[in-house]
Write a protein that binds this ligand. Structure first.
Ligand code: BTN
Length: 377
């Protein structure tokens, strides 16, 4: 059985979404005429057309025919679902009008979550979004328990709460917007609604604390490699910023869930700029604007899962080749902030225990365990 889904957004003249109508039909194929092994149904409209007809009926608009436009299909074989299209129908305050066919716009599931919807329609949208993500996800563990939120204070806080309640490794929290996004060293993470990929996922490494503490580098590598895979010249800046053209595209904040037994889990919080960046950080931030966020998310998790499998065996040593290939500061002059006064030197790369090797003017090489490479402020 295959579920065909279509939805129509009803907009007012200002283009605001008034409501969402959805239609679904259970047929064996997405063709206009559906054929089953046991028979044939000669349906005279596609699910998308059904939605438009129902909308028109509800609005009291007479329609003669509904064109079957260039339907964009998103097929999720794992879930046996095809999202046909999202049709936008614009209504006039005085007289509802189903506009010309050219007024119908088709939008990918990823674009759905940046639109404003009536409360009653949220479960349906969440369903579509989670199905779209599920279709793209190619991992065994990471991302398999997704929680998609419209808004929250911080995805790290949400996930820490779930972790305390016993959430398994791989649990994922994604939010469209955060009111209190947290950055490293007590800073905040700013992102406009719909302009970033903001998520946190849980690892439960049964490893000594000094090895578990290197997980931010594994996450940084995963984002760098995923972005490179999409064609961006991304590089990792120790300990876990991802840069493109010397500007920050991604920040990572890891927080531990601890108990008397020690580290129970680590929440890996990642913010990737995928649209307009807030003015306050525009001089040092960059964005990957042409990506489908669900695809990027699925890719980061897939790369992370592969790196994680090696890391749990042997720690960072197992990721030497990846670290050397992604470290965009190795061999370059840098300034490192340990306390108030920055120290200058040349980066000699990242050691197997996660320390940054800083060669000073006198020629000595010092391992830096915590701090950061000063880049902008
Ligand atoms: C930094 O560069 O200082 C780290 C920024 C980390 C931001 C992400 S956005 C998703 C997750 N939730 C948070 O509150 N912070 C991280």
């Amino acid at each position: 059985m295959h579920l065909n889904v279509a939805a129509a957004l009803i907009l007012n003249e200002a283009g605001e979404v008034l409501c969402v109508k959805r239609g679904a039909s259970k047929f064996a194929s997405t063709a206009f005429k559906w054929e089953f092994p046991g028979g044939k149904i000669e349906a005279d409209e596609t699910p998308a057309q059904t939605v438009v007809r129902e909308v028109a009926e509800e609005l009291g608009i007479a329609i003669e025919a509904i064109a079957d436009g260039p339907v964009v299909e998103h097929t999720y074989p794992e879930f046996s679902i095809t999202l046909h299209s999202i049709l936008c129908v614009q209504v006039d305050a005085q007289q509802p009008t189903l506009r010309e066919h050219t007024d119908l716009i088709y939008c990918a599931p990823d674009q759905l979550w940046s639109l404003e919807f009536a409360e009653a329609d949220r479960p349906f949208l969440r369903f579509l979004r989670e199905k779209a993500f599920g279709g793209a996800l190619k991992t065994r563990v990471f991302g398999r328990m997704p929680h998609f939120l419209d808004a929250c204070v911080s995805t790290n806080d949400e996930l820490l709460r779930l972790a305390e309640a016993g959430a398994p490794e791989g649990t994922l929290v994604v939010s469209e917007v955060q009111s209190g996004g947290k950055g490293r060293l007590g800073r905040s993470w700013l992102s406009e609604p719909g302009q970033g990929l903001l998520f946190s996922f849980l690892v439960r490494p049964a490893l000594p604390p000094e090895i578990a503490a290197t997980v931010p580098l594994v996450a940084g590598l995963a984002v760098t490699m995923a972005l490179r895979d999409l064609g961006y010249a991304a590089g990792l800046k120790w300990p876990n910023d991802v840069l493109i053209d010397e500007r920050k595209v991604c920040g990572i904040l890891c927080e531990a869930q601890t108990s008397v037994r020690g580290i129970e889990g680590i929440v890996i919080g990642i913010g990737i700029n995928t649209g307009a960046v807030p003015e306050a950080v525009a001089y040092r931030a960059v964005s990957v604007e042409r990506v489908d966020r669900l695809e990027l998310l699925a890719k980061v998790l897939k790369v992370f899962e592969a790196l994680h499998a090696k890391w749990v065996q042997q720690g960072l040593k197992a990721l030497r080749a990846e670290l050397d290939a992604c470290d965009c500061k190795a061999g370059k002059p840098i300034m490192v902030k340990l306390s108030e006064t920055p120290t200058e030197g040349v980066s000699r790369g990242i050691r197997d225990d996660g320390a940054l090797l800083l060669e000073t003017a006198e020629g000595s090489v010092t391992p830096i365990v915590c701090g950061e490479i000063v880049q902008w402020d």
